[in-house]
Design a binder for this molecule. Structure first.
Ligand SMILES: [Zn+2]
Length: 261
């Protein structure tokens, strides 16, 4: 890991970063995150320059893609974890959600024959025939027809916003709903000792990547989320990152098991 005081060269902005830039341009007043880090931030990772993580960004090619639909202010929040999904999963798409309009690029993506969209949402809110708990096993390619890649559509929002987004997006109605099962959620919680009842977007994405067989990306995303959280909290307290912390150790372990890229 690099020393804390060296800033990394800027990386190409990813989908969530571009969405954030567009959202800021539309703002009439600056967004003040409650309890967040004040002052200058790196545009690549949103952390203080002294805690910049850009040199660690672990982008990977995956079988699955992720399509994030972000509630209005979500791209502005420095702790938004959809950003971390875009750091890891090369094929991450991000769109701002609005009740009255839908982005034509989103509709084109959902209709793209390369992808099979799955709306990730609790199954109890939809009719049973629409609900899946796992992905269909890949079929043998026949007649030269390529297997569609899974596209996980995640609603990146507070829970009440997510329910509204789900109800008021008729263009999502034709797709299956991938409902993560309670056993899977509790296994995940045990493994990660997650204390909250609410999973963040990066955690949900990691569970989805496990289902699509993108295990390495799933593990990377989990370790990267912990690393980011450690740096974020240390920066908030104006402390340097602790390289001996469990998050930094786990990150080094994860990196040594990654292929060279
Ligand atoms: Zn940075």
């Amino acid at each position: 890991m690099k020393p804390d005081h060296i800033s990394s060269p800027p990386l190409a902005p990813h989908a969530v970063s571009l969405l954030r830039t567009r959202r800021i341009a539309r703002s009439t007043k600056p967004f003040m995150a409650r309890g967040g880090v004040r002052g200058e931030r790196c545009t690549g990772c949103r952390l203080r320059p002294s805690h910049c993580l850009c040199s660690q960004r672990p982008t990977q090619a995956t079988q699955a893609g992720v399509c994030l639909l972000l509630a209005d202010t979500e791209p502005l929040k420095p702790s938004n974890t959809g950003w971390l999904v875009a750091d890891v999963v090369a094929d991450t798409f991000a769109f701002g959600w609005a009740r009255t309009e839908v982005d034509a690029d989103l509709l084109a993506l959902l209709a793209d024959p390369e992808w099979q969209p799955y709306i990730v949402f609790p199954g109890e809110y939809v009719s049973a025939e629409r609900v899946l708990h796992s992905l269909d096993a890949p079929k043998q390619e026949s007649d030269g027809v390529a297997q569609k890649r899974p596209l996980f559509v995640l609603l990146d929002a507070t829970w009440s916003e997510a329910r509204k987004m789900f109800r008021k997006s008729p263009y999502l109605d034709r797709f299956p709903v991938l409902s993560l099962q309670p056993e899977r959620l509790s296994r995940y919680r045990l493994r990660r000792s997650t204390r909250s009842d609410h999973f963040c977007t990066a955690e949900v994405a990691a569970m989805c990547l496990e289902l699509s067989g993108d295990l390495r990306a799933a593990q990377t995303l989990e370790a990267y989320l912990d690393l980011f959280t450690h740096y974020y909290l240390q920066a908030k307290q104006q402390l340097p990152a602790n390289m001996d912390s469990p998050a930094c150790q786990a990150w080094r372990n994860a990196r040594t098991h990654l292929p060279a890229s």
